[in-house]
Each structure stands twice: as structure tokens, then as C-alpha cells.
Design a protein around this ligand. Structure first.
Ligand code: PLP
Length: 284
């Protein structure tokens, strides 16, 4: 595989970053994951814009130019022959010579790394036909979840807790309300209405979320943006989540309780179909 590091395209085993990199020592970096379908990038502009915002919120200097980023993404996809899969991008505050809590001087070069992952069958994921199971766990992450940082230890532990419980993912709960999934935005459907948590610093502003809500409204579906509890979710007709890598994924069980009789409903598959169709058309 060819990867990208700080301006160079290299075989993955020749790519290197410093042990002093701030992301390695302090999780001081941000990332994006962009899906590839038919060899093209899905929602690229949304991801590039959110990246610029994450960098600006953390005061990491000089985000790469939009066109340069697009070119790097495209070159890696072409070079690695990715038809279905994803591009991972990470930018960190760079690697000053020492470990220090204070940020390094502004002229420290950020570390920019990109690589691809091939995922044949991404769009036709059989799990989307049967749905997945989740557990709920307490959300003990930091208070700026709107910034897409590489601090993924707790979400990663949440995934492991879910696996241990025979489930696929965990929904995070704070003050009694669901914030989001370990790596996705969460939704329930009741009486045809789609309910999902409103945007704030408590959740990541999902690029897929924005697109799916737009398509839902265009299809005359009712959308309500507000927090909901696990109890309310258990009583819902449907539940699902969205992310760049899973698109729209039905959830059929929460903490052992079947949702919608444990069967995939109609809203989530419909949104998945619309999302895949529309975002394929708009892919670059
Ligand atoms: N919430 C969290 C915590 C995430 O990590 C992600 C994606 O990685 C999402 C939501 C979904 O965001 P997107 O649709 O932009 O992938």
C-alpha cells in the first residue's frame, strides 16, 4: 500500500513519524474518515470543512488547502486501486524535540498522514439487512466531542464492552440521555418521526448525519432534533445509527430489549438507500 506522510507518497513500511509527535504523546491531533464507493470520495467537502474546523478549534496552524487535500485523497485511492473502502486522514500538532504540555511554537510543522483501507462490499454490507445490537454505557469522554480528535481510548473500550456482551456497539449515555455511539450518531423512529440528538459540543457533528437529515426532510419525513433516553429508545419503532463508514445502520436490540420486534424496520433501510444513491451521484 502507498501511504502519504508530510508531502511524500511512500510504501507503508517506509513511512515514519517521530516518537515526539504530539498525537503519540498526548493525543494532540484530529482525523477524518472518508468513504470510497465506485473509486470516488463520498461527502468529501463535508469532511474537509469539518477538518478545518477541528484544526481551528485546537489552534493547530495552517490546514492544507482544499484542492491539495482532494488531490492527495484521489491519488491514494487511484494508486491503491480502492473501489470500495475508505481514506483515513490524520493531522497532529507535529513533533517538537521534547515532551512539554505547552503547545510548541507556531512554526512547528503539523504531521499530515493519510492511508487507504480496502473494504470490498462496504455498500452491500449484509449487517444492514439484519441490524445490529448495542449496549448502553456511561459517556465519560471529555466535553468537546464536536472536535474529531484521536482520543479514542474510551470509544475503543466501549466497543470491547459491547463485544464482551455479545453486541456490536455501545450507545453512550450522559445525564440520562444518549449522546451518540462509539463512532456514530444515533437515532430512533417513533410514529414515523425521526428523533436524533441536537448538535452541541456533546456530540460529533456527523457529516453523514447532516446528509441523512437533509435527505429525510426532502423526502417529507418528520425530523426532531432533541435528546432521548435509552427507555424511550426501547419503546421506539426503529433505531439506527449513521457514520461515514457504515452509512445508515439499523439497530434491532438495545441492552437486550428488541426494538421493533427485533426486525429491521422501513425508515432506516429507506434512508440508507437514499443516502447511498444520492451520495454516489455527488461523489468526487
Ligand atoms: N460520532 C462519533 C463519536 C464518531 O466517531 C463518528 C465518526 O467517526 C460519528 C459520530 C459519525 O460522523 P460521520 O458521519 O462524519 O462519520
Amino acid at each position: 500500500r502507498t501511504v502519504y506522510v508530510n508531502g511524500e507518497y511512500l510504501p507503508e513500511n517506509e513511512a515514519k513519524v517521530s516518537i515526539f509527535d504530539r498525537a503519540f504523546l498526548m493525543a494532540d491531533g484530529v482525523y477524518e474518515v472518508t468513504s470510497v464507493l465506485d473509486g470516488k470520495l463520498i461527502d468529501f467537502a463535508g469532511h474537509a470543512n469539518r477538518l478545518a474546523r477541528s484544526l481551528s478549534e485546537l489552534d493547530i496552524p495552517t490546514p492544507p488547502e482544499f484542492d491539495d487535500l482532494l488531490e492527495i485523497h484521489r491519488k491514494l485511492v487511484a494508486e491503491n486501486g480502492v473501489n470500495e473502502g475508505m481514506v483515513y486522514l490524520q493531522i497532529t500538532r507535529g513533533a517538537p524535540g521534547d515532551r512539554d504540555f505547552a503547545f510548541p511554537p507556531k512554526d512547528t510543522r503539523p504531521t499530515v498522514v493519510l492511508f487507504t483501507q480496502n473494504k470490498p462490499g462496504l455498500a452491500d454490507n449484509p449487517q444492514a439487512k439484519v441490524g445490529i445490537k448495542v449496549i448502553s454505557i456511561e459517556d465519560i469522554r471529555w466535553g468537546r466531542r464536536d472536535i474529531k480528535t484521536v482520543q479514542l481510548l474510551y470509544p475503543s473500550m466501549g466497543k470491547m464492552m459491547a463485544k464482551k456482551a455479545g453486541c456490536d456497539d455501545a450507545w453512550l449515555v450522559e445525564d440520562g440521555f444518549v449522546t451518540e455511539g462509539t463512532s456514530n450518531n444515533t437515532y430512533i423512529v417513533k410514529g414515523g418521526k425521526i428523533i436524533t440528538r441536537n448538535l452541541s459540543n456533546d456530540i460529533l457533528h456527523g457529516i453523514t448525519r447532516a446528509a441523512v437529515l437533509k435527505f429525510a426532510k426532502e423526502a417529507q419525513m418528520e425530523v426532531e432534533e432533541r435528546p432521548f433516553t435509552i427507555e424511550e429508545a426501547k419503546q421506539a419503532d426503529e433505531a439506527f445509527f449513521t457514520s461515514a463508514s457504515a452509512f445508515v445502520m439499523p439497530v434491532v436490540e438495545i441492552d437486550g430489549a428488541a426494538i421493533g420486534g427485533g426486525k429491521v424496520g422501513s425508515v432506516a433501510p429507506r434512508l440508507r438507500e437514499i443516502y447511498l444513491e444520492e451520495s454516489r451521484k455527488a461523489a468526487v
